[in-house]
Design a protein around this ligand. Structure first.
Ligand code: NAP
Length: 247
């Protein structure tokens, strides 16, 4: 039996388990299962691997995306530059860390932007923002980080005036604001300065249309949620585990 799974804590609802279980069923992939492995501490990872023969690949989620790094034999280029891992492959007896959030974001963003490459504001400075910033850099998209905390080169929400909003037509929300059940929450940008030329990418995917997206759409901006990124990162993990995509 080929075993795939996700490590994290808590793992109450897991998109990945639902996604891969459905994929195996739809594609007639027999002899493969996808399990949730809730770990109290990342130091339990070596025991999990030793006691799970047939383990072919793992996803990694909160709070272990950075804590897992010392347990890996190597990192692919993207994961090394981003400094976070959400996917582990086992090849030649070695544990390799990958960041497929980046691939998922890249594919979804390119579909959303087409040939446009507007300067961007990235809201939030957490793990997801690191993958987003890496991809924007790769694509040659200039970006400015927005945080609640003032730091050199970083804007605060209060500094988003007319000039800043006009100069940055892509706005990427990497904060968790607006996620179910707090669906009325949204990042504190000046929504009245948005125009039909703005593009709003929300990493949040539940609800389907977040308050951030809704307020942009009301001013004519184009919007997309994080669902395409989510499925993109899962498919990239599947490619890596099956050797279709080089680490
Ligand atoms: P995180 O580290 O908990 O938070 C990201 C950043 O958001 C924080 O560093 C913080 O930046 C800002 N933030 C947090 N709470 C805030 C608040 N109350 N008000 C304003 N800003 C706040 O989370 P993460 O792991 O980066 O994930 C962020 C979001 O992306 C989550 O909703 C996650 O589900 C989603 N995500 C989606 C995908 C996908 O495939 N669609 C993949 C990964 C993550 P500052 O302190 O600098 O303001």
């Amino acid at each position: 039996m080929d075993i795939y799974g996700i490590i994290g804590n808590p793992l109450g609802h897991s998109f990945s388990k639902q996604y891969f279980t459905e994929k195996f069923r739809k594609e007639g992939i027999v002899g493969a299962v996808y399990e949730k492995f809730q770990l109290d501490d990342i130091s339990q990872l070596p025991d999990l691997i030793a006691s799970t023969p047939g383990l072919q690949g793992l996803n990694v989620t909160i709070p272990y995306k950075q804590q897992v790094l010392p347990y890996l034999d190597r990192l692919d280029d993207g994961a090394r530059k981003i400094g976070a891992v959400n996917c582990i492959s086992f090849r030649d007896g070695k544990l390799t860390g990958h960041n497929t959030d980046a691939a998922g974001f890249r594919a979804s963003l390119l579909g959303f932007l087409g040939n446009e490459r507007p300067d961007a504001l990235v809201l939030g400075t957490g793990g997801a923002a690191k993958a987003v910033n890496y991809v924007l850099g790769e694509l040659g998209i200039n970006f400015t980080i927005v945080s609640r905390t003032k730091a050199p080169g970083i804007l605060t929400y209060g500094e988003l005036d007319g000039d800043v909003m006009a100069a940055h037509r892509l706005i990427v929300n990497t904060t968790p604001l607006g996620t179910f059940p707090d669906v009325d929450a949204s990042p504190a940008i000046p929504y009245d300065l948005l125009t039909p030329a703005h593009r709003l990418f929300d990493l949040v995917y539940n609800p389907e249309e977040t308050a951030f997206m809704r307020q942009g759409a009301a001013r004519g901006a184009r919007t997309v949620n994080g669902f395409g990124m989510l499925t993109g990162q899962a498919e990239k993990a599947w490619e890596i585990w099956n050797g279709y995509s080089e680490p």
